[in-house]
Design a protein around this ligand. Sequence first.
Ligand code: PLP
Length: 473
Amino acid sequence: MEKRGVCQFLLDHATRAPISFHMPGHKGEAIYRGNGYGRFLDQMMDCDITEIPGADNLFQTEGIIKETMERYAKLYEAKESYLLINGSSAGLIAAILTCAPAGGEIIMARNCHKSIFNGVSLAGAEPVYAYPQLIADYGISGEITADEITRCLSEHPGSSAVILPSPNYYGVCSDIKAIAQLVHDAGKILIVDQAHGAHLKFFDSYIEGRTKAAENLGADIVIDSVHKTLASYTQSAIVNLCSDKVDKYEFEDKLQLIESTSPSYLLMASLDINADLLERKGKDLIWQWEENLQYFYRRAAEIEGLRVMDHPLLDHTKINLDMSACGIDGLHLEELLMKQGIFVELVTGNIVMCMTGIGNKRYDFDRLLSALREIASNRQITINSAPAKQPLTQKKLAQKPLPRQKERIKLKEAAGRVCASSIIPYPPGIPIICPGEIIDQEILNYVRELREKGEKVIGIDDQDRVVVGKERV
Ligand SMILES: Cc1ncc(COP(=O)(O)O)c(C=O)c1O
């Protein structure tokens, strides 16, 4: 195969003028150039500096970085906001290290992102799993209900905190208001992984009837991947502390433990630019986005053979498409869209998730609509579509204490052994099996199927081995 390297790949990709329905949310340079930041793009190399005098310090903020943090605190009405240059992953890990003492229990959604599993493991805490609902019709994880949190809290009264994603990768939110009430009544801390919902605060502010942002609903710590849906660069994110329940000095201490000591000024500048865009043009940008979404959903409903997911708790900026009625599964649909220059975020079973962002233009939605129309018109609609597969993150597996002694064995021989290192389909980055869970044949079959389809599965080495506990169950 011809060797290209990262740089050449990116240049080749950009030359195709692709339509992006994946992260990041800025979708290219237009949103910067069109809003007064062309000079920043032109001088990007010169702006890539370090902590020279006057440039402040991310871990002892007194000047320009503090100003940007204060802008975010104001935008999100938070007590404190912190800039992250290692993604939401860093904020999530720092939040867990702050709230979950070693050996103590933390209640976490079983469909959490792998960074949360990593945080719990680094903290030396014991995970207690809250299981999400299943959206059976589409075969994907849904909300974490308040009842499920009640169950976990009553079975594990000694736990210190609750952490869950809202929205999840498919855009399904949980009832954060009800959950916050329960968590606070039990004297614990609620951490919301809002990596996929940095924009929600602004939809809540500008569009009547929207109340989905965890910052507005009583969460104590909220982590937002600004890069995923808003206008900053990949890997830039923020943490909002929204109550006095968390010791901010303790949190700051944990954050500096895990973030790079050479924070990128380009990432921080892009967070600053994003804050400026939201302050100056937030209402217009959010309304354009909303109108484009309404335009898309109305027209997509007319395409025979296409199902677009609707759900009362859905953040509709995530568009979940299903063309199984035309006999097209998710991977095939992704391929057909790619042939038309459209790149999506995620495929699960029959679902293709298109992740819209603040930078998407009407033209992008039109291109997606015409591609879908063409795909549908080339296919016969079949009565019995392929049934959606239940994601295995739903599966309640038997659990054992985390293995102390570990070994690597062939994946195909791992049934019945205790998992010692997560196996993670990526995306969505949610472990299919976590340390302490007992691997079974169904898991092995599922992983084999994913790999046969060419999907990425992390946690299996180049000799097809996985890490398990040495001791047999
Ligand atoms: C649900 C969820 N939480 C957290 C993260 C981590 O966010 P980041 O990429 O900003 O580190 C991701 C990444 O995709 C995610 O999907």
